[in-house]
Design a protein around this ligand. Structure first.
Ligand SMILES: NC(=O)c1ccc[n+]([C@@H]2O[C@H](COP(=O)([O-])OP(=O)(O)OC[C@H]3O[C@@H](n4cnc5c(N)ncnc54)[C@H](O)[C@@H]3O)[C@@H](O)[C@H]2O)c1
Ligand SMILES: [Zn+2]
Length: 363
């Protein structure tokens, strides 16, 4: 098993990554807390597959676990489900020393973290991520939250887990589209911070797509290292953490305009990264070769690299203008300067509009 430390002073924690390590979770928790009250929070399809392994391991380690199952999908990231979990914890008289375990994807992780950060003003929380998105992104960094009818992730907290326990073997049951969506974030890490990871993905794309354990372990470990490093330097997204938004300026706008239905988040940011790389080439920041390599790699994973022909570009511009990254009429983009190096820079809206026009009519 590999251990990566997330350095956040008193809130520092370890991310442990292994393959087939899930049955050992009980033992690992000993380093986190000894209070017998533990709740496993999971979503229906994940619980069916993995909650028994976790449950047994906890019993063997002397805990008295309670199981709380939410429905699958974004609907569970709501104040309603948070409230229902508070009720359950109160009924079971969970105390300050108790612990919540999030067993699942980003949805379960965000909901559980939010409840852990607010129940009795904060109780211990452990992430056991089971999707690629959650393993390489959502479980590290302490962003928690639920959705509101006015938008996604509008209610939330920064609250760090005490441990992130990742078993890449759990990814074997992940639907292909979910795996591929997560790969977009992995490509992102390669471009923003790790040329070696990018080259690894180029060389091992077929193993990754076949859920090869060694390949998955490699890409998860390298990605977690990058996220941990960035978050360790900028916990509250005051500066450096913004580089993690590579591809997300246009990506988020695509998700908004398509009502979060058409694209997986990773697919939308794959289009966003392709656009950002072209914008960087046009601005003279990087050479054409980088944009081409990135496009080829994304395409090899089956990720989209262009907007569908009839996309309403005005609505995309409007959605980007509402984004929190707009300052003084200028949109901010994370732009690659070379493989492994990016800058957050303002770009004139007229240039974005022009490029967007060509981006969709090209394709
Ligand atoms: N907190 C953060 O920093 C952060 C970062 C990125 C994303 N997020 C949030 O995470 C959410 C998306 O996360 P996600 O992509 O993991 O989605 P998800 O949690 O909805 O999981 C995707 C699907 O995969 C299924 N699944 C999970 N693990 C499985 C497994 N091992 N085998 C089979 N099926 C499995 C789930 O049941 C679900 O149907 C969004 O709400 C997003 O806002 C948060
Ligand atoms: Zn993302």
């Amino acid at each position: 098993m590999k251990t990566i430390r997330v350095h956040l002073g008193r809130d520092s924690y370890q991310a442990i990554i292994g393959c087939g390590c899930l049955p050992k979770i009980g033992m690992q928790l000993a380093g986190v807390g000894h209070h017998p009250q533990v709740a496993i929070v999971t979503a229906l399809p994940i619980g069916r597959r993995y909650s028994r392994i976790v449950y047994r391991s906890l019993i063997a380690a002397g805990y008295r676990p309670l199981l709380f199952v939410v429905p699958d999908g974004e609907q569970a990231k709501s104040l309603r489900w948070a409230s229902s979990l508070y009720d359950r914890l109160l009924d079971a008289r969970f105390e300050r020393g108790a612990m919540l375990l999030a067993l699942g994807g980003g949805v379960v992780g965000d909901l559980t973290g939010f409840v852990a950060s607010t129940y009795l003003r904060g109780i211990t929380f452990v992430q056991i991520p089971t999707t690629l998105v959650a393993q390489v992104d959502a479980s590290i960094g302490g962003k928690t939250g639920v959705n509101h009818s006015k938008g996604k992730n509008l209610i939330g907290t920064f609250y760090q887990p005490k441990l992130v326990f990742t078993d890449v073997a759990a990814l074997r049951t992940l639907p292909k589209r979910e795996l591929i969506g997560g790969l977009a974030e992995v490509v992102k890490y390669g471009v923003i911070a790790d040329p070696g990871l990018f080259a690894y993905l180029e060389r091992h794309s077929s193993e990754v797509l076949k859920y090869d354990s060694e390949a998955l372990k490699q890409i998860v470990t390298r990605s977690v290292r990058i996220k941990a490093d960035v978050v360790g330097k900028d916990e509250r997204e005051a500066g450096l953490r913004r580089i993690l938004n590579y591809g997300h300026t246009l990506g988020h706008a695509i998700e908004t305009v398509t009502g979060y239905r058409r694209y997986h988040h990773g697919e939308a940011i794959a289009i966003g990264m392709t656009f950002a790389a072209r914008l960087a080439v046009r601005s003279g920041l990087c050479d054409e070769g980088l944009a081409t390599r990135q496009e080829q790699l994304l395409a090899r994973f089956g990720l989209p690299t262009s907007l569908p022909p009839r996309t309403d570009r005005q609505r995309l511009m409007a959605a980007m203008a509402l984004d929190k990254k707009v300052k003084g009429g200028r949109l901010h983009f994370v732009l690659p300067e070379g493989l492994g190096s990016v800058s957050v820079l303002p770009v004139k809206q007229t240039l974005v509009k022009e490029m967007l026009h060509r981006f969709s009519s090209d394709t």
